[in-house]
Design a protein around this ligand. Structure first.
Ligand code: CAA
Length: 378
């Protein structure tokens, strides 16, 4: 079941080797210093990991959606902050491939896949609209052939680092049908980057608010058709959610591996704590749940790769993997005892990093809403 092809194994192996040799040893320092992993992202681009599921002619690895999640699980084990930056870059590149004009693809996708753009961003959320994305207020009004953008975005991953930002704005009626989608270049006149958010976890990933003040865009900056924006946002998030589910599995597995190492070393009452059933049961449950999460992620990615609908499976993978990753990280801290609470050990970083996976790219509540709707539709 789920035999990996030789090509998938190669991508997995390349990502694993990079994650273990080059990311894991620096992840704690990147986190502590809240340092954007610019050099690491460039190296990931050289490995083809900034466009795993992007055609070769646009600089991608053209290795498919399954290879992408395999790579994401490995990179997240090494450094979860680097992984989320990679996840958003891949999501933006794939969205451009799917909805962009030939000129938009040529102009931006190779910049992302090559690493010449340090990052790319997806700007949907606003201070007043997170889960209720269709209520966004940023506006784009027509002025001759141009569009003029005004408003603000919140929680934008890599918003200050991005060469290109997909921005959703209202161009028509209230609700989801009045939303369109635009490509804004980093450094554009009228684009203001706010203060870095001081986050609980993923501290080496950059998160900023953005403001648009009479930002003028040419007609060619429209992505898709007017009014198609919400559909593009949701389609992008279907794929994005599988990526975040894979990230969560990676974080959970890193937390479990650290807990197992510690449990073998740590002595209590004359023997390693790994000998005690209390510890063994915790490890057994987490290992089982993370394996199940991995299978849900692979199934969703497999459907995506086969060109079949996967909205429901993406949300199932996201809600399950993120919640089980949080549990594994919690158990990881518990097994470390007092040491789990100190930054000398990686357990507390994993715990902080995992926390947001049940929130971003759609909360667990939004995922359950999507799953229930799909189940009831059948
Ligand atoms: N694919 C394509 N189209 C879709 C779709 C999908 N998966 N889901 C919905 N749509 C379409 C619907 O068909 C509908 O189209 P029609 O009107 O033509 O029928 C339209 O979109 C509106 O859909 P809904 O009625 O479902 O819209 P809603 O207002 O009820 O919202 C929601 C549903 C699922 C709650 C949605 O708003 C949502 O997903 N919210 C969460 C937003 C989110 O995940 N934000 C994450 C931000 S990005 C991020 O975190 C990235 C990062 O930095 C790490």
């Amino acid at each position: 079941m789920f035999e990996l092809t030789e090509a998938q194994q190669m991508v997995q192996q390349a990502a694993r080797s990079y994650a273990q040799k080059s990311l894991a040893p620096v992840a704690a320092a990147l986190d502590r210093e809240a340092r954007f992993p610019r050099a690491q992202l460039r190296e990931l681009a050289e490995l083809g990991l900034m466009g795993v599921n992007v055609p070769e002619e646009l600089g991608g690895a053209q290795a498919g959606a399954v290879s992408y999640v395999l790579a994401m699980m490995e990179i997240a084990q090494g450094c979860a902050s680097t992984a989320v930056t990679m996840a958003v870059n891949n999501m933006v590149a794939e969205t451009l491939v799917r909805f962009g004009t030939p000129e938009q693809k040529r102009r931006y996708v190779p910049e992302i896949t090559s690493g010449r753009f340090a990052a790319a961003s997806y700007a949907l959320s606003e201070p007043h609209s997170g889960s209720d994305a269709a209520s966004l207020r940023t506006s784009a009004r027509r002025d001759g052939d141009d569009w003029v953008l005004n408003g603000s975005k919140q929680w934008i991953t890599s918003g200050d680092q991005a060469g290109v930002i997909i921005v959703w704005a209202r161009t028509g009626v209230a609700g989801s049908k009045g939303i369109s989608c635009f490509l804004v270049e980093g450094g554009a006149r009228g684009l203001h980057v706010g203060k870095h958010e001081d986050k609980m976890g993923l501290r080496a990933s950059s998160t900023v608010p953005l403001t648009f003040e009479d930002l003028r865009l040419p007609a060619a900056a429209l992505l898709g058709a007017p009014g198609q924006g919400f559909h593009i946002a949701m389609a992008a998030l279907d794929g994005g959610r599988v990526g975040i589910a894979a990230q969560a599995v990676g974080i959970g597995e890193a937390a479990l591996a650290a807990a197992v190492r510690y449990a073998r070393d740590r002595q209590a009452f004359g023997q390693p704590i790994a000998n005690y059933q209390a510890i063994r049961f915790m490890i057994a449950d987490c290992a089982t749940e993370l394996d199940a999460a991995r299978l849900l992620v692979l199934r969703a990615a497999g459907l995506k790769e086969a060109g079949q609908p996967f909205t429901r499976e993406a949300s199932m993978a996201k809600v399950f993997a993120s919640e089980k990753a949080n549990k594994a990280c919690d158990v990881g801290v518990q097994i470390h005892g007092g040491y789990g609470y100190l930054d000398e050990f990686p357990a507390e970083r994993h715990y902080r990093d995992a926390r947001v996976t049940t929130i971003y790219e759609g909360t667990s509540e939004v995922q359950r809403f999507v799953i229930a709707r799909e189940v009831l539709k059948d």
